[in-house]
Design a protein around this ligand. Structure first.
Ligand SMILES: *Cc1c(COP(=O)(O)O)cnc(C)c1O
Length: 419
């Protein structure tokens, strides 16, 4: 569900603003977000949880734009962070640390100190060694660190291997047996307060059953530990709900929430959710311009001005993004690859796609680019990062400016004496 529609004159619009207007005024490539869509997606997730004791912590690695985070903060959402930088951004956007959960296998001492000092909701512990370090750092700071253990429940989320996180071969979380041992160990740690239990099994899940399998496995641990006197306040079920990029039919948040609520009935725990993609994925397009059409014996390439440095998902996960002409084209289609300017063969946005005839100067919208798009953008090939634009009420605002060439070298020094 989104607000990217053609108007009566065949112009693709974002929240009623023609994308061609934004391309003309801001240039390409550019990420364009529909604020009405974003508001609706937050609402779609929160509404089924009305009356349920819960905290939704937006997974910031999907999108950490300050303007978008500020909207999350104003909507009462917290954040799931995986670095000190994300914690900094969350707080800058007005998300109180008390609504922040901190996940990730590689928390540094400095990051741990920062999170303890700011007073986050809890650490999601990913290894036994990390648990020891957090206890030690909390002691050094004269505090108690609230923790949950991220359990790796060993369920197959049936998604791309790179975004599967809850199977034994993945680096994430602690397996069931060891989780029980680590909770018993944590109970005896002076500077640790056990507050929750957590899992996050993967991303872009299109079926409810792996989520429920994970909950069922956590329930066994909760019962087991309960019998040994360890109780919890929070049950963190992670994120991972998928979206429609092409023909996937993921459950609606309403169905997902209903199934979870049903599965946790009787537990009396505050639920924590960490959705990322499902909130922001379909709120944005990456707008790009055709530079060249290149015909070879084997293929036709449509070369555009956005590359894998702007949107790496196709290159990294063989991800599929819909490609729409910014001005409606009704003619015959041609099988093409849409590729970027980066000097890598993996630099494509679409492969073997039947698309209308694009020619130099045409504008293209790469759909569903709101999650893991800009946050994964890089300066590879010394390309400035694209700007981000929020669109609402017939107008738009540039919230991240396009990097300049000077931005590219800011922070670099040449040590004169050495060279
Ligand atoms: C990435 C991540 C999420 C969000 O995943 P989505 O698929 O975007 O919902 C939630 N929790 C953790 C720990 C993550 O690493």
């Amino acid at each position: 569900m989104h607000d990217f529609e053609y108007d009566g004159s065949g112009r693709l619009c974002c929240a009623e603003v023609p994308l061609e207007t934004i391309a003309r005024e801001v240039g390409t490539p550019v990420y364009c977000y529909s604020l009405p869509t974003l508001r609706r997606h937050i609402q779609a997730f929160e509404e089924p949880l009305t009356g349920i004791d819960h905290q939704t912590c937006f997974a910031m690695k999907a999108n950490s734009n300050l303007a978008i985070l500020t909207l999350m903060a104003k909507s009462g959402l917290g954040a799931d962070v995986v670095s000190g930088g994300e914690l900094f951004r969350a707080m800058k956007a007005g998300i109180p640390a008390s609504k922040v959960v901190y996940s990730g296998v590689g928390k540094t001492t400095e990051e741990i100190d920062m999170a303890i000092s700011e007073g986050i909701l809890m650490f999601n512990i990913e290894s036994e060694e990390e648990l020891g370090v957090i206890n030690e750092r909390a002691g050094a700071l004269g505090r108690k660190a609230p923790i949950s253990i991220r359990v790796n429940p060993d369920v197959d989320p049936q998604t791309h291997p790179y975004i599967s996180t809850g199977m034994k071969q993945n680096k994430f979380g602690i397996d069931i047996e060891n989780s029980v041992r680590q909770y018993l160990r944590a109970r005896d740690m002076e500077h640790i307060e056990i507050v929750g239990i957590d899992c996050h099994i993967g991303s872009q899940l299109t079926d409810i059953s792996p989520f429920i399998d994970a909950v069922d496995r956590l329930k066994v641990i909760i019962a087991d530990l309960g019998a040994q006197g360890i109780t919890f306040r929070y049950l963190d079920l992670g994120g991972g709900l998928g979206i429609t990029y092409s023909s996937e039919q993921p459950p609606h948040p309403r169905e997902y929430c209903a199934a979870i609520i049903d599965a946790v009935r009787g537990l009396d725990l505050k639920l924590i959710f960490e959705p990322g993609r499902v909130i922001v994925g379909n709120t944005a397009v990456l707008l790009t311009k055709v530079l060249y059409r290149k015909v070879t014996d084997k293929k036709t390439f449509v070369v555009v001005d956005a590359g894998m440095n702007d949107l790496i998902r196709p290159a990294l996960y063989q991800a599929w993004h819909d490609i729409l002409p910014v001005t409606r084209k009704d003619g015959p289609t041609h099988r093409v690859d849409v590729v970027g300017p980066i000097c890598e063969s993996s630099d494509f946005l679409a492969k073997d796609r039947d698309l209308p005839a694009f020619s130099r100067g045409d504008l293209i919208a790469v759909m569903s680019a709101g999650a893991y798009g800009f946050t994964m953008a890089s300066n590879y090939n010394s390309r400035p990062k694209p700007p981000e634009v929020l669109v609402d009420g017939g107008g738009y605002s540039v919230v991240i400016h396009r990097q300049s060439y000077e931005d590219l070298v800011a922070g670099e020094t040449v040590p004169e004496g050495m060279i």
